[in-house]
Design a protein around this ligand. Structure first.
Ligand code: 3PG
Length: 305
């Protein structure tokens, strides 16, 4: 079977080596398409692929139509909003993700960015400490749990809200499970976003919600830019000159956010999962899942059942 790895943002070299070893070790063939800038390159490369490994690369109807032999796509990572899963289902293409494999990398970046923001972006100006502050974790999945683990080390007070996770599962980790998203925003000094981009969450972080936050509050986004109502956030940050927005996903309105000097920061390119460890974990997991699918028909991680 021909397995194409198509990554506009490439994996670390060690991850590619690991993927190659897994795929070829199972008697399959590996083809690499890295750092492509033209979608036509992807359309050409996918033509005779039986399996596809991607990161945030868009796998839309055009890609799925071009891929005549395709049977499985694995998103090496958590969020699969870059893949048209319904169209894939219509075409009998299995779509999987690799949950949990890059979550520590994202959670560590949350704290890298938080310390940077709390210390006035290393400008030399007096900053604040994380110890004793209330952190609100919005969605208690794999990343949220790692954020909680690290926040304990900083001596923070932990709160979380997750519409789908039972309260007991949150509280057994020593985290206060609040009853609503509103309460998380009202009560916490910092809110860290870990919700996926779904029809329910898109633009859900809006003016009204952010306006409820405490004085000097910080929102940190290592999830998806789509969950932010950018117009609403810009509006409230103009009025509430104490609020900070820190993100790993550059907003469409980056230039306007840049005018909030000392209150806004975006990484130049999404880098939450950009560690060798995360690439190795997620990349090899993707290869193992593809081998298992071809060998035994295993679809344990399928997201378009
Ligand atoms: C994910 O959904 O797993 C993360 O957002 C990582 O995305 P990336 O592979 O584009 O870095």
């Amino acid at each position: 079977m021909k397995v194409l790895v198509a990554t506009e943002k490439p994996f670390a070299a060690a991850a590619v080596d690991g993927i190659k070893k897994e795929i070829e070790g199972a008697g399959n063939e590996l083809v690499l398409l890295e750092k492509y800038t033209d979608v036509q390159d992807l359309l050409n490369a996918v033509k005779d692929a039986d399996a596809l490994i991607v990161r945030s690369d868009k796998v839309n109807a055009a890609v799925l139509d071009a891929a005549e032999n395709l049977r499985i796509v694995v998103r090496a990572g958590a969020g699969y909003d870059n893949i048209d899963i319904e169209y894939a289902k219509k075409k009998n293409v299995v779509v999987e993700n690799t949950p949990g494999q890059n979550s520590n990398a994202v959670a560590e970046l949350v704290f890298g960015l938080l310390v940077f923001a709390c210390r006035s972006f290393y400008s030399g100006k007096t900053g604040n400490e994380l110890k004793g502050k209330k952190i609100g974790i919005l969605a208690y999945g794999n990343v949220g749990r790692n954020v909680a683990r690290i926040a304990k080390g900083f001596g923070m007070e932990l709160y979380a809200y997750d519409a789908f996770c039972p309260k007991e599962a949150i509280e057994k980790d020593g985290v206060v499970a609040v009853d609503s998203q509103d309460k998380l925003f009202t009560d916490c000094d910092i809110v860290s976003l870990h919700i996926p981009a779904t029809p329910q969450t898109v633009k859900s972080i809006n003016k009204e919600l952010v306006g409820k936050m405490k004085k000097n509050a910080i929102i940190i986004n290592t999830a998806r830019k789509e969950v932010i109502d950018e117009a609403g956030l810009l509006e409230i940050m103009k009025v509430r000159t104490d609020l900070k927005y820190i993100t790993d996903i550059k907003p469409d309105a980056d230039a306007e956010f840049q005018t909030f000097e000392g209150r806004y920061y975006s990484t130049p390119k999404k880098m939450g999962a950009q560690t060798a460890e995360a690439n190795i974990n997620a990349g090899i997991a993707a290869a193992v899942q593809i081998n298992a699918y071809f060998k035994d028909g295993c679809t344990k991680f399928q997201v378009n059942k």
